[in-house]
Ligand binder design. Structure first.
Ligand code: FES
Ligand code: FES
Length: 168
């Protein structure tokens, strides 16, 4: 019988750092590429305005914009946002004074508030494309953004008010 001695194998952990752009600022993360962006923006970057609801793309509370399009952050992987612009609720205005945010306040939209950043991000995506949305446009854009407090009528009123004020 022949014995072969093997050289010592040294395993070295390789840290891969990804750069992503959130609200026009560049962040670095070494999270696994399959990690949902929701975890990274909340837990690593401290942008907690985006909420975790269901984690399976069913409630809309985690809605952010990727290259201007509303997307569910809970099912959007880090790998899929390379080279893209992410916008969260913290990034749509500098002083919480986006026309939608003002209309939300004036119409007393939030109740518990949990769904509301997702609602506003979906509405902002709509107004960026349609300056004068119809009820059907609003229904289509807001479909699937669930509010357990039932604020849907106030949301519709606030979107229409923001649209009248040229909100985008
Ligand atoms: S947490 Fe993403 S859709 Fe519910
Ligand atoms: S305001 Fe409570 S879930 Fe929408």
């Amino acid at each position: 019988m022949i014995y072969i001695s093997c050289p010592e194998i040294v395993l070295q952990e390789v840290r891969i750092v990804a750069k992503i752009t959130v609200n026009k600022k560049t962040y670095e993360t070494d999270a696994d590429p399959s990690t949902p962006v929701l975890w990274i923006i909340r837990d690593e970057f401290g942008l907690t305005g985006t909420k975790f609801g269901c984690g399976i793309a069913q409630c809309g509370s985690c809605t952010i914009h990727i290259d201007g399009e509303p997307r569910r952050a809970c099912i959007t992987t880090l790998a899929s946002v390379a080279g893209k612009e992410i916008t969260t609720i913290e990034g749509i205005s500098t002083a919480s004074d986006h026309p939608l945010q003002k209309a939300w306040i004036e119409n007393d939209v939030p109740q518990c508030g949990y769904c509301q950043s997702g609602q506003i991000m979906a509405a902002a995506g709509l107004l960026a494309k349609k300056k004068d949305p119809t009820d059907a446009d609003i229904d289509a854009a807001m479909n699937g953004i669930i509010c357990r407090c039932g604020t849907y009528n106030r949301i519709r009123a606030a979107i229409k008010q923001a649209a009248m004020q040229g909100g985008k």
